[in-house]
Design a protein around this ligand. Sequence first.
Ligand code: ADP
Ligand code: ZN
Ligand code: ZN
Length: 745
Amino acid sequence: MPTSSPAPRVLGVAIPSPLRRLFDYRPAGTPPPGGWAPGVRVRVPFGRREVVGVIAECRATSELPPERLKPISACLDDAPLPADWLWLCRFTARYYQHPLGDTLHQALPVLLRQGRPLAARTRERWGATAAGRAPEPAALGRAPRQAALLAMLCQHPHGLATQAILAQSFGRDQLRALADKGLVERHEEPLTAPPLPDADHLLAEPALPLNREQASALAALHERLDAYHPCLLEGVTGSGKTEVYLQLIEAVVGRGRQALVLVPEIGLTPQTLARFRRRFRVPVVALHSGLTDHERLDAWEAAASGRASIVIGTRSAIFTPLARPGAIIVDEEHDTSYKQQDGLRYHARDLAVARAHRHAIPVLLGSATPSLESLAKADGGEWRHLPLTRRATRHAPARLELLDLRGRPRRGGLAPPALEAIREALSAGHQVLVFINRRGFAPTLACHACGWLAECEACDARLTLHRQPPLLACHHCDRRRALPDACPECSSIDLRPLGSGTERTEETLAEQFPDTPVHRIDRDSTRRRDAFEEVLAEVRRGAPCLLVGTQMLAKGHHLPHVTLVVVINADAGLYASDFRALEQGAQLLVQVAGRAGRASHPGRVLVQTLHPDDPHLRLLAERGYPALAARLLEERRAAALPPFRFLALLRLESPREESAVELGRRAAAALRDWLADRAPDVDCLGPVPAPMERRQGRYHLQLMLGAERRSRLHEACAWLTAWLEATPEARRVRWSLDIDPQTLS
Ligand code: ADP
Ligand code: ZN
Ligand code: ZN
């Protein structure tokens, strides 16, 4: 850190608080060795508490008079937190218009938020010194335990960890006595991620010889390893994208740099991780929800110090500091789990691109079904488009066959031709996947006498009927109710389930195919930690079976013995009101279809629908995702929707409808006044009720801002948040701003 500037008199500290401002303090105590600097954590008094904050500015003056500046309580770091991390947090706070203090807080591992030091946890190791290997007999004459300990250490050329020594019932005093005599010495080594082996010994298993398309994708990547180089790798499931990632990483790590790999929430399976660890001899650290706070800090530190060469993680791993960034890879870049839907509403894919730009490194986005945002960039030539059209393994991806549900009876959601196809596949000794994106037994319970429907008292939503265990549950607010014996309106006991969920389909399949095991995979059946992995392991053994599952099953998992996929109801996902529904519904269908026929048999995908003539669905079935995506892009352009326009959504919610409506109206009026003068090219829609107006007992309202130029939208949003912060009524209404919203709900 340059320390030529005079010591600052004021520290502007970012503190986890909803306010979009810094808080000023006076430096106190000994400055850190490198001087006060942005990125150093401090403990400060804040209201009646003490909190951990991060210095964001060092200044000579404050708006507060000097006597009102409180001193900091303690400085927590010898050196600033990593500069690349601090840059990314500042960028994120600015782009998503989120308070910097809260952004920094969320982007830190829990232990660092609490003020723990950022240092590798080490372990002690003891080894014999040269003197210890040939001890003077007199040195140990009257200490047989010391002699035994020394003899043991002499047998271990690399020494032994303290834990291992104590486990042999030696004591610390014996170690100390030997150390005082100069016979043994102590080393410290980091707990995780030992240092890099040399570049010649990087691979633990040889890379696969690439096919032509893979090779030209890799060659394109090799061309520009030292520059910002955004690439979209569009390849059907099984086309060998992961192999391209692995070989890009090989090049990056071979040059002494680090690779950051982002995967969707449900994509970081033990298999995925094992594949990376099998290939490389270098340390691979994984960041996922199963880590303890200590493990998370260790992984963060190993990445920040550069000891970890490969970092793999889900969404929040984008905030991992890297000492020597070399490339960022985003697998399944279209996946909605990359967008955080509350608090700091960031998109990890978009931040990955911004970060790669900052570091001047390649960023590789991979998907079988790219987002329209990414396709538009690739089509426009802004990003490089690298297609993989063929499967690396034998079979072409399965086609979607539409199955007309109109006028057909259904059992557990399945029409007779679907049941017939399942019977055929099972008798050929294959496995079948039935996809239904609704958990529970049935979407609701209805009274056949009066038409009453079970509804949530806190949300504008029906209650889902569950049988295992029996209850009614709201999937929006988690309220639960016992099953009624009779209709609460007319007392009739003719209450019937309406529609099908995973439990009902499971029940039907078990009845229809009594000799075949049925495995249900949804959030309810996999609550126990390992339950999901156990079923997958069973399925991979290959005996004929039926799988019923939600999107947990649709993505990422290799199910080599599945040759038939049945989609119970394509319409539910495709025709929702959201403008992204078609895009996301189609991506999900293609991902589900990608499960079929990966190994030795071609696959078949039956898609049940009430709208077999719908032009979008037909386009998808007949010409595939790229054709549908091209059509959707045209429609988005015509409708002036993203990616051809930038949106921001202000959400307002309150237990009192009037409060939310009143604030929404005032905010919209104030904003429109400002826009008329300052930014007539930004438009403001609403306030309008959210698609689900009442949720968890609160009213939800929204205001939408749109602009053709991103900078204009940001100016308007900055003004709006400032207005809201300065308006007393806004304190009684919960509000949040969502830049680039992925859903309008
Ligand atoms: P994707 O990530 O696109 O779904 P994968 O990289 O997982 O595809 O590849 C699918 C399968 O094909 C894997 O079993 C992988 O080992 C194999 N594979 C990939 N590339 C090759 C190749 N060049 N030669 C032989 N097999 C390959
Ligand atoms: Zn009734
Ligand atoms: Zn509810």
